[in-house]
Design a protein around this ligand. Structure first.
Ligand SMILES: NC(=O)c1ccc[n+]([C@@H]2O[C@H](COP(=O)([O-])OP(=O)(O)OC[C@H]3O[C@@H](n4cnc5c(N)ncnc54)[C@H](OP(=O)(O)O)[C@@H]3O)[C@@H](O)[C@H]2O)c1
Length: 329
């Protein structure tokens, strides 16, 4: 697998990473733990060297899963995780917290769950309006000086927040949603990252599965699937948004690829320092997604995708209101 550098940092990872969230939450029943571990290891064997988790996934169990699966590959792969939520005594998420003392406690707990001596990339999961970003960056700087963290990241942060944080502790990567049906980072965030030499990690790069063409109007989600709460996945929205999938399918047919691969190849083509992290629980989909790194979109392909995609008005919000309010965009 080809590799990419996240901005001007020394963090070099596979061009396609792996998002582990869906193995513990969000997309219906979780597979057996042993199957998840086997799939994560299969990803390493196929050249994936960048794995994404977070304290809040599960919570806690996703980090434990990733830590166990990747223990035999310590030093060969980079694990990114995230802090920034608070929990009650029963492990229920109670809101945001990026207080410095809290970040330090989370770092220690993450190190144990991930079974590593240092966290390769530690993102603030959501910007916390109650804590100045300078204080957050300063705390991560201390963790880096203590050898507990190697790189600092932000997620769903606005350009101005990124700039302020970067002035205190250089940011290696920003992780935010980005795909053909959510292009907001193009306006301010990507130009800022380019200027500052920061890498970009698009999450939900397959539109939570929609851009693969495997979700239709008739697809039924289980009650614990987050997509039952997302306006963009309403029945009518899915019908309207199918036009975008049809575009991907048309390009895919011509390139001997799949819609998922075109969605990922399009992201890779936007900047050389972009590393998407698709998530899957199935080996054949893992291999399909990895294959996107070898799909070359020509200038004409990219122009055609852009010309058509910009005319498509995507229906429905990407998040329910309470989750959108947590972002800093
Ligand atoms: N920073 C943040 O706030 C944030 C938010 C969301 C996600 N993330 C990270 O980003 C990662 C990826 O995002 P995501 O999981 O939300 O969305 P995604 O990668 O866009 O899509 C995942 C969904 O697509 C399906 N899928 C994957 N590959 C497929 C293929 N080739 N063909 C058909 N279906 C396919 C998966 O189903 P199966 O599993 O059944 O294959 C799953 O339902 C997460 O794992 C997480 O690490 C971060």
């Amino acid at each position: 697998m080809r590799t990419r550098k996240l901005g001007t940092s020394d963090l070099r990872v596979s061009a396609i990473g792996f998002g582990a969230m869906g193995m513990s939450q969000s997309y219906g029943p979780a597979p057996h733990r042993a199957d998840n571990i086997a799939l994560i290891r299969a990803a390493v064997e196929r050249g994936v060297s960048f794995f994404d988790t977070a304290e809040v996934y599960g919570p806690f169990v996703n980090e434990e899963l990733v830590g166990e699966a990747l223990q035999p590959f310590r030093g060969q792969v980079a694990i990114a995780t995230k802090f920034g939520f608070a929990f009650d005594a029963d492990g229920r998420q109670t809101g945001l917290s990026s207080r410095p003392e809290h970040i330090k406690q989370v770092a220690d707990a993450c190190l144990k769950r991930l079974r590593v001596e240092a966290i390769d990339l530690f993102y603030q999961h959501r910007v916390n309006p109650d804590v100045p970003i300078e204080d957050v960056a300063g705390t991560v700087k201390e963790l880096i000086e203590a050898g507990k963290v190697k790189h600092f990241g932000l997620s769903e942060a606005a350009a101005d927040t990124i700039r302020r944080a970067h002035a205190v502790q250089p940011v290696t990567a920003v992780q935010s949603e980005y795909s053909l049906w959510w292009r907001r980072p193009e306006a301010e965030v990507l130009p800022t990252l380019e200027e500052l030499g920061i890498g970009f990690v698009p999450f939900s790069p397959l539109g939570k599965g929609f851009l693969t063409g495997k979700i239709t109007q008739d697809t039924e989600f289980t009650s614990n699937d987050i997509r039952t709460t997302i306006p963009r996945f309403d029945h009518d929205a899915r019908q309207a948004n199918q036009t975008l999938v049809d575009l991907l399918a048309a390009i895919a047919a011509r390139k001997n690829a799949t819609p998922a691969q075109i969605a990922l190849a399009w992201l890779l083509a936007q900047r050389p320092w972009i590393v998407p992290i698709p998530g899957t629980r199935k080996l054949e989909r893992l291999e399909e997604n990895i294959g996107a790194a070898d799909v070359e979109l020509t200038v004409d392909d990219l122009r055609e995708i852009d010309d058509t995609a910009t005319k498509i008005e995507i229906q429905g919000a990407r998040y329910p209101d309470h989750l959108e309010r947590m972002t800093n965009l």
